[in-house]
Design a protein around this ligand. Structure first.
Ligand SMILES: Nc1ncnc2c1ncn2[C@@H]1O[C@H](COP(=O)(O)OP(=O)(O)OP(=O)(O)O)[C@@H](O)[C@H]1O
Ligand SMILES: [Mg+2]
Length: 328
């Protein structure tokens, strides 16, 4: 895949200086994403899912210490000029977040948001931009689009606001859409509608997607591959089928074992597993999961490398590939 990857991240680390020393949010992650592919990122709160994407998009405060490489179509997002990055952002890469209100300006109508987004990257007359904007709102499933164009963000429901965000994100037909828990704040029915919409638009435009979520049901529905993060590291990566059928890392197994009736209930959030969450300030050189791991042994004091256990499937565990697959 490496010849045709759209995004190739290598050795990405992100730290924040804090009063307690360096908070090491992302600890050397590498991955690739091909054109048209959807990659899910799962992991408990604080595992570095959002920070790893924000770093690539240049959305972290300047005090963040970022290392590594993030090649988008061969160009490094982490070293390019602010101006080049801003051109790519919004045109080639778009992002949607959990809380659309925080990305929408309360003083601007929906029309203005969409028109400005269009005009930021294209020279297009206002009337034409408005027409295109309204069409995009309709494509995002907003029926009374002409009315919504004149409304302000606070006048819309959460689901409608997320549809507006999706419309804005897709206006420029981005090659990559990063969705960071876009449905977490919505009730299950609206969540379902938004996921259908994203899937439809993605398939229509061939957009690649990174989908950050707490929800394995969403991964099953939407993603081709998945990365499981723990303590700022990728502890397992696999196809969606592999992750559900043959999870290898004890953390992934613990997560999946704690989800009841995976196949029936697509809305289950990531379950809590016992033990203390990983301390992001930790300088410990061992496996981040070992304090909570039922299978930890002496060697886990040293960080295990990622070990291939199948085609495109690997886990950062000393026991990976050393035992028979889990009985079903
Ligand atoms: N601006 C910041 N300054 C300092 N620490 C930060 C900052 N942003 C994030 N962190 C820390 O970095 C770590 C990773 O955060 P991140 O937001 O990536 O987690 P996450 O996996 O997205 O979690 P969640 O599922 O809760 O969204 C956390 O310990 C968080 O507190
Ligand atoms: Mg997050």
């Amino acid at each position: 895949m490496s010849d045709e990857s759209l995004l190739k991240v290598s050795g990405l680390s992100v730290s924040f200086p804090t009063g307690r020393g360096l908070l090491r949010a992302v600890r050397g992650i590498s991955y690739e994403l091909g054109p048209g592919e959807t990659l899910g990122i799962v992991g408990e709160s604080g595992s570095g899912k959002s920070v790893s994407s924000f770093a690539l998009m240049g959305l972290l405060k300047p005090s963040a210490v970022i290392e590594g490489e993030g090649l988008f179509e061969g160009r490094d997002l982490l070293t390019m000029s602010r101006r080049d990055l801003e051109t790519i952002r919004g045109r080639d890469i778009a992002m949607i977040f959990q809380d659309p209100l925080s990305s929408l300006d309360p003083c601007f109508t929906i029309s203005r948001h969409l028109v400005e987004a269009l005009q930021a990257h294209r020279t297009i007359p206002r009337a034409e931009a408005e027409k295109e904007a309204e069409e995009m709102l309709r494509a995002a499933g907003i029926r009374n689009a002409s009315q919504v164009m004149r409304q302000y963000p606070f006048e819309l429901s959460g689901g409608m606001r997320q549809r507006v965000m999706i419309a804005i994100a897709l206006l420029s037909k981005p090659r990559l859409l990063i969705a960071d828990e876009p449905t977490t704040a919505l009730d299950v029915t609206v969540q379902d509608q938004i996921l259908r919409l994203l899937k439809k638009l993605r398939d229509l435009n061939g957009t690649s997607m990174i989908f950050i979520t707490h929800n394995f049901g969403i991964v099953a529905r939407l993603c081709d591959r998945v990365m499981v993060m723990y303590g700022g590291r990728i502890v397992e990566r696999a196809s969606v089928r592999q992750i559900f059928e043959e999870p290898v890392h004890p953390y992934t197994r613990a997560l999946l074992a704690a989800i009841p009736r995976m196949d029936d209930d697509k809305s289950v959030p990531l379950p809590a597993i016992s033990g203390q969450p990983y301390d992001p300030h930790s300088e410990d050189a061992g496996c981040p999961f070992r304090e909570r791991c039922p299978r930890a042994f002496e060697r886990c004091g040293e960080m295990p490398p990622e070990t291939a256990v199948g085609d495109g499937h690997s886990a950062a565990c000393w026991l990976a590939g050393k035992e028979a697959p889990r009985e079903q």
